[in-house]
Design a protein around this ligand. Structure first.
Ligand code: PHE
Length: 454
């Protein structure tokens, strides 16, 4: 258990892998990935996404875990401890801001998922595709309801965190993850066998490489990979700081990446076949409502669909909660470690601040939508939050982390931390090359390319 006096640590290695996977697997995989694939033109997005995961995100995950475990502190404290009297702590500061920004819109969507447990089990969503879409817009336009749901998600997250990292997160994830995977597999099989599913599969699997020249697609894929793997804002750094010294970070990171990417890909095998089986379906215009409008149709095609639907949204909500816990832990750990606040006070203040920032996202689709619809850029506040934090803040955090570990703190110290048993896995020299050259150059080019094309 964590307290201000003694930092917590994970009960076991599988406990840590599960907790880190619990952080990674969430709305990013099941809600975000299919939505982004839809907006990014299908399979070409998937290709760029996978390249980002392997060449950029996996090396950065190792870097973050090694910094956190070496320093055993929050993101700001870790940079200060490893290179005192420098400005590198600002990278940790950026991560803390990103944490609050991401949590503010994440908790709104998690609230939608919470409500859909009820809607699907009670059979409230029936009818043709248009009726289901109208249901979704009416629901999200109900401001008092969406605000209450957001508050429920934040309150639950805060309550779990008060108990500390290990007892809350490890236990919840251990139960949830296997059931979630089985349910996703069943749904994928049903979706693939629906009439019309083939068009969805080819959209998902056959890349149209002409879209590769679109900087928005590349930037979105990189941002989505960071977001889905909980990278670039110090979550993995913070979780790594609670990890025992004897664990080999390479295998821990490998497991998390495989689980997270596998679940995102699986979600695509559900949404696109199921979506394309509905006539007139256009993945590029569905936006954040994609899964909430496609999946209820799929459930209505399944025997026992109400139960299935309820179980699905219950698991999605739980997956979202193991992520919200890890996001909130970043600013909270900072206030505890660096500013010596008590855990409950840190949690209360950050949760209240996040809730205020969440209000415009929660209200964006209702009567107040006009106020939160930003006339200049023509997107909602929620979309704006997602774009700013996911597409820019996280890759920027990753870029700075790569430069820090590759060039400032140094790969020798990082390697000693990654592999304390001196097992010298053959891939480690490749890691050194990726973190020093490939990550900074690739992320830098993508950020500049995107910035100049806006
Ligand atoms: N990775 C989480 C998801 O996919 C979201 C998240 C982002 C968690 C950043 C922590 C940090 O849902």
């Amino acid at each position: 258990m964590m307290s201000t006096e003694k930092r917590g640590s994970w009960g076991s290695r599988s406990g840590f892998v599960l907790a880190a996977a619990g952080s990674a697997v969430g709305l990013g995989n099941i809600w975000g990935f299919p939505t982004q694939v839809g907006q990014g033109g299908g399979a070409v997005f998937v290709v760029v996404y996978l390249a980002s995961v392997v060449l950029i995100c996996l090396p950065i995950m190792l870097a973050e875990l090694s910094v956190g475990r070496a320093a055993q502190l929050d993101p700001v404290g870790s940079f200060l401890a490893l290179i005192p009297n420098s400005r590198w702590w600002l990278v940790g500061g950026l991560g803390i801001l990103a944490g609050v920004g991401i949590l503010s819109f994440y908790s709104v969507i998690a609230g939608w998922s919470l409500a859909y447990i009820w809607f699907t089990t009670t059979g409230s969503i029936t009818g043709d595709a248009d009726t289901i879409i109208t249901f979704f817009s009416n629901f999200t336009a109900n401001g008092p309801l969406t605000i209450t749901l957001t508050l429920a998600i934040l309150t639950f997250t805060a309550t779990v965190l008060i108990g500390g990292v290990q007892s809350g997160i490890e236990r919840a994830t251990k139960l949830m993850m296997p059931v979630l995977i089985i349910l996703l597999l069943v749904l994928a099989i049903r979706a693939i066998t629906l009439p019309g599913a083939a068009a969805g599969l080819s959209y998902y699997l056959r890349p149209d490489f002409s879209r590769l020249s679109d900087p928005a697609v590349i930037n979105a894929a990189l941002g989505q990979a960071f977001f889905s793997l909980s990278l670039g804002m110090g979550t993995m750094l913070t979780y790594g700081s609670y990890l025992h010294r004897k664990e080999n970070l390479l295998s821990v990171a490998g497991w998390v990446v495989v689980l997270d990417t596998g679940i995102a890909l699986l979600a695509g095998f559900i949404i696109f076949p199921a979506g394309f089986s509905i006539s007139g379906f256009d993945p590029s215009t569905s936006g954040p409502g994609l899964i909430f409008t496609v999946l209820p149709r799929l459930f209505s095609e399944l025997p026992g669909g109400q139960l299935f639907g309820g179980a699905f949204f219950a698991l999605l909500t739980m997956a979202a909660l193991t992520s919200t816990i890890s996001i909130l832990e970043v600013p909270v750990a900072h206030l505890i470690d660096t500013h010596k606040w008590s855990r409950p006070r840190a949690i209360l203040v950050i949760t209240a601040g996040t809730f205020l920032l969440a209000l415009p996202s929660a209200l964006g689709n209702g009567a107040l939508g006009v106020l939160t619809q930003l006339p200049l850029i023509g997107i909602s506040f929620l979309d704006l939050m997602a774009a700013v934090w996911n597409n820019f803040a996280l890759p920027l955090g990753g870029l700075l982390m790569a430069i820090f570990v590759g060039w400032v703190w140094g790969t020798d110290d990082a390697l000693a931390e990654i592999d304390r048993q001196n097992a010298r896995h053959p891939s480690l020299p490749i890691w050194v090359f990726l973190i020093r050259w490939v990550c900074p150059v690739a992320i830098g080019v993508i950020i500049l390319y995107t910035a100049f094309s806006i």
